[in-house]
Design a protein around this ligand. Structure first.
Ligand code: HGA
Length: 608
C-alpha cells in the first residue's frame, strides 16, 4: 500500500526515484510525487500514474543527487494534488506511508504556534513537527528522531531538507522500509523490488529505527538515539520477476503461474519426501509438541484460505480449529489457551491488521505461532516462532490468486503434519495425500485449459449487477473467494452463501437477473447441493455450475455446466477456485475495469 523511495547518489537520482515508484505501482496508489534538492527544493506531484509524474519531471528536466518519492493511497484527505506527498514545511520535505493517530492534537498545537496546513493529511503534521523541532535542535537527524517520538501510529518516512543537502533521513515503525547500499549511493524503499535497479545489498530496518543516508555511509539508531546494528542481506529476488511478459495483466499472468508456484512451494515434498515438523522451521518439533487446537488469523483472501484449512484440520488431523478476521480478533476479548497454535496468513507479511493480531496473541501469552507468507523477510515472518514461505514469486495483481493456492498447499502440509504428530495418519494415507499434492501442478494446468469456455460465461454475466455464489462444506470458502474476486475487480456486487442457507433468506433475491454460480464437486454434500440448485431453478434463477467428474448434473434450460477435469478429494478447493478466478478476470475485461489496480484498493495493506 503506497510506496516510498529515497535516494542520494553521485549520479542523477531522478530516474532511480521514478523507476522505484514504477516497481511499487502494484501496491496500489491514487497519486504520486517527488521532491529533490538541486539549487533548492523542487516538488512535483500528480494525481495520475507514475508515468505522468515522469513526464512532468522530463518536461522540467529535473535532475538532482538527492530526493524522495512517493505513491499515495489516501487515508486522510481525498486523493488530489494538494494532498499528494511530499509535504513541505519551510525547506523540508516529507513522504510518509501509514497513519498518524494523534495528528489532530499535533496539528492543533502547531497551528497555535502559527503553522499553516495546506493539506488534509496527517503527514503534513510530521513535516511541520520536524520543522518546529529544528528551532531548538538544529541537527536534522535529531529533529526527526525527536519528532517521531511524539507520534502515535504507523509510519515509514523519508525526509530531505534544503538546509542540509548532503543527507536524507528515513525511519519506520509499523510500515515497511529497507535500506539499499549501492555502488553509486544509498537508497531506501518500501520493498526490495524498487531497489534492484541499483543494488541487491539490503538492510531491513526494525520498528522504531531512524537512519541517515549519506553518499558513502549510513547509520541507524533506535528511538532513544542509541546506535543500532542491522544485518545486511543479499536479495535473491529476480529483477524480471515483476515483468508482465506475454500477458495482458499481472492477474492473468499470476493465474497461469499457479502450476509453477504450486510446484515450487511443494518442492520440499518432491520425490520421496514426507511430511515432518521441520517443514515449518527448526523449532517446529518443540513448538508443535502438545498443540491441541489451531487459531487462524488473517484478512481477505488469506482468511478464506484459513476457512478451507478448518475443514481439513478438523476432518483429517482431528484438531479443533477456529478462524478469525485479524482486525476483529485484535479488538475483542478472547480466552487464550497455551496449547493453541496461532497461524497467521498474509501474502506480503506486512498486512497491518494481521501483524497487530499476531502481536495481540503474543500479548495474551500465546507463543506458539506460525506465519504462512510469500515474502521471506517480512515483518510477520520475523515475529513468529515458525514459518512456511510459499514460493509463489512476487504477486503484483491486487486481487490475490497464486498466493491463495500456495497458501492452501502450505495449509494442507500443516494438516498432514499435525495429523501425523497426533497419530491420525497412516503411512498409506500419507502416501496417498502426498501423491495428490505432487500431482497438483498438473491438475491445475488442466483446469486452466477451461479458460475459453469460462470466457464465454463471463461475457454473459458481465452485464449483471449482482451475483450469488454457492458452495457447501470446504467449498463454501471457495464460493466466498469467488464472490470476493468478482467484487474486487469487476465491481459486480456478489455474495456467497453456504448453499443450505439459501432458504433462510437469500432465495428471496433470486430471479432471472440474478446469476447463481455454484461450486459442485462430487463430494459427500453433492446431493444436498443439487436440491439447493433446484430451489434456484424453480425461481427462474440462471445457474452456472462448476461440477467435476461424477457430479452427474445435466445441462438444461437455464442451467449451464462446466466439468472440471478431475475429482480431487480433500484438495478439490485448490482446483475449484481457479475457474472462479478466471471468471472474475474475464468479467472485468468485458467491463473494462483496471484489473490489476482496482479502484480504492491496494496490494499490501499496511494501514489499519
Ligand atoms: N496517511 C497518509 C499516508 C497514506 C498511506 O500510507 N498510503 O498508503 C495520507 O493519507 O496521505
Amino acid at each position: 500500500m503506497c510506496g516510498i523511495v529515497t535516494a542520494i547518489a553521485t549520479n542523477n537520482v531522478v530516474p532511480v526515484l521514478l523507476e522505484g515508484l514504477r516497481k511499487l505501482e502494484y501496491r496500489g496508489y491514487d497519486s504520486a510525487g517527488v521532491a529533490v534538492l538541486a539549487n533548492g527544493l523542487t516538488r512535483l506531484r500528480s494525481t495520475g500514474r507514475v508515468a505522468e509524474l515522469a513526464a512532468l519531471a522530463d518536461a522540467r528536466q529535473l535532475s538532482a543527487n538527492i530526493g524522495i518519492a512517493h505513491t499515495r493511497w489516501a487515508t486522510h484527505g481525498v486523493p488530489c494534488e494538494r494532498n499528494a506527498h511530499p509535504h513541505i514545511s519551510g525547506g523540508l520535505a516529507v513522504v510518509h506511508n501509514g497513519i498518524i493517530e494523534n495528528f489532530e492534537a499535533i496539528k492543533s498545537s502547531l497551528q497555535a504556534r502559527g503553522y499553516v496546513f495546506e493539506s488534509d493529511t496527517d503527514t503534513e503534521a510530521i513535516a511541520h513537527l520536524v520543522h518546529s523541532k529544528l528551532a531548538t535542535t538544529p541537527d536534522l537527524f535529531e529533529a526527526v528522531r525527536l519528532a517521531l517520538n511524539e507520534l502515535v501510529g504507523a509510519y515509514a518516512i523519508g525526509v530531505v531538507a534544503e538546509a542540509d543537502p548532503f543527507r536524507a533521513i528515513v525511519a519506520r515503525r509499523g510500515s515497511p522500509l529497507l535500506l539499499g547500499v549501492g555502488e553509486e549511493g544509498m537508497y531506501a524503499a518500501s520493498d526490495t523490488a524498487a531497489l534492484l535497479q541499483v543494488t541487491r545489498k539490503v538492510i531491513y530496518l526494525e520498528d522504531g529505527d531512524v537512519a541517515e543516508l549519506r553518499l558513502n555511509a549510513y547509520r541507524i539508531v533506535r528511538p532513544d538515539g542509541t546506535p543500532a546494528e542491522r544485518e545486511m542481506h543479499i536479495s535473491s529476488l529476480s529483477a524480471d520477476a515483476v515483468e508482465l511478459g506475454q500477458f495482458r495483466h499481472y492477474m492473468q499472468k499470476e493465474i497461469f503461474e499457479q502450476p509453477q508456484a504450486l510446484g515450487n512451494t511443494l518442492e520440499i515434498i518432491a520425490g520421496g519426501g514426507s511430511v515432518s515438523p521441520q517443514l515449518f522451521g527448526s523449532r517446529a518439533p518443540e513448538v508443535l509438541d502438545g498443540v491441541r487446537r489451531v487459531l487462524v488469523l488473517a484478512c481477505g483472501t488469506s482468511y478464506h484460505a484459513g476457512l478451507v484449512a478448518r475443514y481439513w484440520l478438523e476432518s483429517v488431523a482431528k484438531v479443533p480449529c477456529s478462524v478469525e478476521i485479524a482486525s476483529e480478533y485484535r479488538y475483542r476479548e478472547s480466552v487464550p489457551e497455551s496449547d493453541t497454535l496461532v497461524v497467521v496468513i498474509s501474502q506480503s507479511g506486512e498486512t497491518a491488521d494481521t501483524l497487530a493480531a499476531l502481536k495481540h496473541a503474543h500479548g495474551l501469552g500465546m507463543g506458539r505461532t506460525l506465519a504462512i507468507c510469500n515474502v521471506p523477510e517480512s515483518a510477520i515472518v520475523r515475529e513468529t516462532a515458525l514459518r512456511f514461505i510459499t514460493r509463489a514469486g512476487p504477486e503484483i495483481g491486487v486481487a490475490s490468486t497464486k498466493a491463495f493456492t500456495t497458501q492452501l498447499a502450505a495449509l494442507a502440509l500443516l494438516t498432514l503434519t499435525l495429523a501425523k504428530l497426533n497419530g491420525r495418519l497412516s503411512e498409506a494415507e500419507e502416501a496417498r495425500h502426498l501423491g495428490a499434492l505432487r500431482h497438483l501442478p498438473v491438475a491445475v494446468q488442466k483446469v486452466l485449459e477451461l479458460e475459453p469456455e469460462i470466457e464465454k460465461w463471463a461475457q454473459r454475466f458481465a452485464a449483471k449487477h449482482h451475483a450469488l455464489f454457492l458452495g457447501r462444506g470446504r467449498h463454501w470458502p471457495i464460493a466466498m473467494e469467488g464472490a470476493l474476486k468478482l467484487k474486487e475487480i469487476s465491481y459486480i456486487h456478489a455474495e456467497a452463501y453456504a448453499a443450505g442457507e439459501l432458504k433462510h433468506g437469500p432465495l428471496a433475491l433470486v430471479d432471472k437477473d440474478m446469476p447463481v454460480i455454484a461450486v459442485a464437486p462430487a463430494d459427500e454434500l453433492l446431493e444436498k447441493l443439487k436440491s439447493n440448485l433446484q430451489e434456484v431453478r424453480a425461481r427462474g434463477g440462471e445457474l452456472y455450475v462448476f461440477a467435476d467428474a461424477g457430479s452427474e448434473i445435466a445441462e438444461s434450460e437455464g442451467l449451464h455446466i462446466l466439468h472440471m477435469p478431475e475429482h480431487y478429494g480433500m484438495l478439490s478447493p485448490v482446483l475449484h477456485v481457479i475457474p472462479l478466478q478466471l471468471l472474475s478476470y474475464h468479467a472485468a475485461l468485458v467491463k473494462g475495469t483496471d484489473v490489476d489496480k482496482p479502484r480504492n484498493l491496494a496490494k499490501s495493506v499496511t494501514v489499519e
